[in-house]
Design a protein around this ligand. Structure first.
Ligand code: FE2
Ligand code: FE2
Length: 178
């Protein structure tokens, strides 16, 4: 059973994960608007992953006897000056999220909630990957600079990314086939 404080902290983090999804979806729409389909696709996969982060936390709250609460989702930025500016924000955002996840793990420790602390290890490991991939894409976009052909090559390369559900995660536990 989750404490009230733990439930509240998990609901807040689920909300930030949903905001992350919203932010990356906004970036995907921005890339569509400047006709960079590969970057739009990469961002859409990223938005999908953040939705999975949201739902995994939502499911955990419910399965642990807590009450999931849908807090208001902040409106993300609408436009960026360049792909570089957008990917710089991804980099900054992922580092900020790592800080939030660490603070959440700190709440679990303070609450002596070992089950939640153990659940959060997946997010801590996931953030290591998120930081690595945001470093990787930022470096690629930086290296392309203002060179249009190089940017098109990055667009094609990042467009190859495919969405995959994490092992053991079921987006539709009540049933149904995609
Ligand atoms: Fe996330
Ligand atoms: Fe993320």
């Amino acid at each position: 059973m989750l404490s009230e404080k733990m439930t509240e902290a998990l609901n807040e983090q689920a909300n930030r994960e949903l905001y992350s999804s919203y932010l990356y979806l906004s970036m995907s729409a921005y890339f569509e608007s400047i006709n960079m389909k590969g970057l739009a696709s990469w961002m859409r996969v990223q938005a999908g992953e953040e939705l999975v982060h949201t739902m995994k936390m939502y499911d955990y709250v419910i399965s642990s006897g807590g009450r999931a609460r849908m807090l208001a989702v902040e409106e993300p930025r609408f436009a960026w000056g360049s792909p570089l500016e957008a990917f710089q924000q991804v980099w900054d955002h992922e580092r900020a999220v790592t800080g939030l996840i660490k603070a959440l793990a700190g709440v679990a420790e303070a609450e002596k909630d070992q089950a939640t602390r153990s659940f959060l290890q997946w997010y801590i490991d996931e953030q290591v990957e998120e930081e690595e991939s945001s470093d990787m894409v930022l470096n690629k976009v930086k290296a392309a600079g203002q060179n249009e052909a190089a940017l098109q090559a990055v667009d094609r390369e990042l467009g190859q990314r495919k969405f995959k559900f994490p092992r053991g995660f079921n987006m539709f536990p009540y049933g149904g086939t995609p």
